[in-house]
Design a protein around this ligand. Structure first.
Ligand SMILES: Nc1ncnc2c1ncn2[C@@H]1O[C@H](COP(=O)(O)OP(=O)(O)OP(=O)(O)O)[C@@H](O)[C@H]1O
Ligand SMILES: [Mg+2]
Length: 253
């Protein structure tokens, strides 16, 4: 995590230069005074309240906080599934608010890999097809993309399950398909919402090892979790409370 180059927005919490970040890593994602307000009739729910922070290439972050603190809301904004009510979100310098829906889905498919708690696999498609899902609708898919899908399947230990449908896989295997799918476009940023929440501890451990490996390869990873032992694997923990940044912990040494 690195500080915003500009003055921090009033009331916002931001991290100051030099804290946590190794050298001048490229900024992958940056939030500037981001709020997300849900209107519920006359009532407003402030799910995120004036968040300002950024994180750099190759960093491994965990987002923690009690239920309802805004973790999923934050992840949805980071993943361009949702837009801020106020403030600006930038991916690699590109302001998301300036993009139309087509440009946004292009950004999402090229730069972001999203892993959902509930896997979100397509039941009719087999393992390889699910991994290739993000490129199925691309006009000019990269050459050799199917081979890349196979390599990723091998990578997550499913090389011998390519033609299985999701219903013919265990929960941990389905989650690994979802991880391989999130990697197919070689995204700048991998976002995972409670990726191990539904798994037994052994399988969860295997998934966390996979994240460790991806991190060691230089991927930028942000995971949402409520489990301290999962959060401890990340280099830094961002704690949310009632939609605001409560604090940042550096786990490294
Ligand atoms: N679509 C919505 N409409 C209205 N309010 C919402 C909506 N989605 C979330 N909220 C509210 O926003 C707040 C943050 O919700 P969010 O789902 O981000 O929490 P969370 O930290 O992910 O919680 P959990 O750990 O239970 O998944 C909560 O108070 C929630 O009730
Ligand atoms: Mg949530």
């Amino acid at each position: 995590m690195s500080a915003l180059p500009d003055e921090e927005p009033s009331g916002g919490v931001s991290v100051h230069p030099g804290q946590g970040s190794a050298g001048d890593t490229e900024t992958v994602a940056q939030l500037e005074g981001v709020s997300r307000v849900y209107s519920m009739g006359a009532e407003e729910v402030h799910a995120l309240d004036d968040l300002s922070f950024s994180f750099g290439s190759g960093e491994y972050w965990a987002v923690m906080g009690s239920s309802g603190s805004g973790k999923s809301t934050l992840l949805n904004i980071l993943g361009c599934i949702d837009r801020p009510t106020r403030g600006e979100y930038r991916v690699r310098g590109q302001a998301v608010s300036e993009l139309d829906d087509d440009e946004l889905s292009e950004l999402r498919s090229k730069e972001l890999g999203f892993i959902f708690q509930s896997y979100n696999l397509i039941p009719q498609l087999n393992v390889l097809e699910n991994i290739l899902m993000p490129v199925l609708y691309q006009e000019n898919p990269e050459e050799g993309i199917e081979e890349r899908g196979r390599v990723l399947a091998e990578r997550v230990g499913l090389g011998d399950r390519l033609t299985h449908r999701p219903a013919e896989l265990s929960g941990g295997q389905q989650q690994r398909v979802a991880i391989a799918r999130s990697l197919i476009n070689d995204p700048a940023l991998i976002l995972a919402d409670e990726a191990t929440g539904n798994l037994d501890s052994k399988t969860a451990g295997e998934i966390l090892e996979l994240f460790d490996e991806l991190h060691a390869e230089g991927k930028t990873i942000l995971i949402v979790t409520h489990e301290p032992r999962v959060g401890e694997r990340a280099d830094r923990i961002l704690r949310l409370k009632d939609g605001a940044l409560e604090g940042i912990e550096d786990n490294r040494r």
